[in-house]
Design a protein around this ligand. Structure first.
Ligand SMILES: O=C(O)[C@H](O)[C@@H](O)[C@H](O)[C@H](O)COP(=O)(O)O
Length: 298
């Protein structure tokens, strides 16, 4: 099929490559032209502007956006709503907040342009393995992009999960779980590093656990590989960023009164990882000193 990819970052670029590999006619646009040229060299058709991109497609057009979530995506949807025509379709594949999807869809629906939200998982490995994709929207729109989804995803690796918003909602929960799994591995390996047996072969144990154990997983394979490169992970700081989906997951659990202490803890641990000598911990030490005269470290 013919499809446009808007945004050639780490995700969009490799997704365009996978679409090309799947035999699709891919037209690309990116804010910086060097990436467009790079994709042209690899067989895509490159557009100099958004208008040119839309002109290079036959109606009804499909434009897939892979941009940073938030304002960048919002203004792109607004811009596309002024350029595209009735019958066209926009797929929003970034890590957007699912609550933004209804407004995006309504803006486009007012011009009779369709909207599909796609939660895309796979990171930098997606090019090789395929992107697990959770799509939300109308069945007719999703059937229209099925050939692209077939190329992007591994076998049986995409699913129409519900109406507009549900694709990003399911991807959000996926990321909430991702935080918690990562945290659980982190804590377990910390204990093995600091526990009674010195010099346990942590990489060897990660590799071992991937051979049939109950806790085997792709994250554990990645940990095996990280520890093989740097056994003490000494080359990095234990400072962990987040991009929003874990926060939205926890907000949603509060909204619906769902008890999810593990997901919440995993999120808060990331916040704590950014604080050196946290004020909250100084409060604890100070109070202990005040009520019990217990020594403090200076
Ligand atoms: O499924 C995936 O491929 C990942 O979940 C990915 O979508 C995620 O957004 C980033 O890798 C980091 O997310 P954080 O910055 O929130 O850790």
């Amino acid at each position: 099929m013919q499809i446009a990819m808007v945004g050639l970052g780490r995700m969009g670029m490799n997704m365009a490559r996978r679409l090309l590999k799947g035999g699709h006619d891919v037209v690309v646009w990116n804010r910086s032209a060097d990436k467009v040229r790079q994709m042209q060299d690899e067989g895509a058709r490159g557009a100099e502007s958004l208008e040119a991109l839309c002109d290079m497609l036959k109606a009804p057009r499909v434009v897939w956006c892979m941009l940073p979530a938030g304002d960048v995506t919002k203004s792109m949807i607004e811009e596309l709503s002024t350029i595209l025509a009735p019958g066209d379709l926009v797929v929003e594949g970034g890590n957007s907040y699912w609550r933004d999807d209804a407004a995006n869809a309504a803006l486009l629906a007012a011009k009779d342009i369709g909207y599909v939200d796609a939660g895309v998982s796979g990171g930098i490995w997606g090019l090789e393995i395929g992107y697990c994709t959770m799509v939300g929207g109308e069945a007719e729109h999703i059937m229209r992009i099925a050939p692209a989804l077939n190329a992007l995803a591994p076998e049986q690796g995409w699913k129409h999960v519900g109406p507009v918003g549900s694709g990003h909602f399911v991807k959000m929960v996926h990321n909430g779980i991702e935080y918690a799994l990562m945290e659980a591995y982190g804590e377990g390996f910390e204990l093995m590093k600091s526990g009674p047996f010195e010099n346990l072969d942590l990489q060897g144990i990660a590799a071992l656990w991937n051979r049939g154990s109950v806790v085997r997983s792709w994250l554990l394979e990645l940990l095996d590989s990280a520890l093989a490169k740097d056994p003490d992970l000494a080359g990095l700081k234990g400072y962990v960023e987040d991009s929003g989906e874990g926060r939205w997951t926890v907000l949603e659990t509060v909204h619906h009164g769902v008890a999810a202490p593990v997901l919440a803890q995993a999120l808060y641990r990331r916040f704590a990882s950014r604080q050196d000598n946290a004020f909250s911990n100084r409060v604890l030490a100070a109070l202990r000193n005040e009520f019990g005269g217990h020594a403090v470290k200076k």
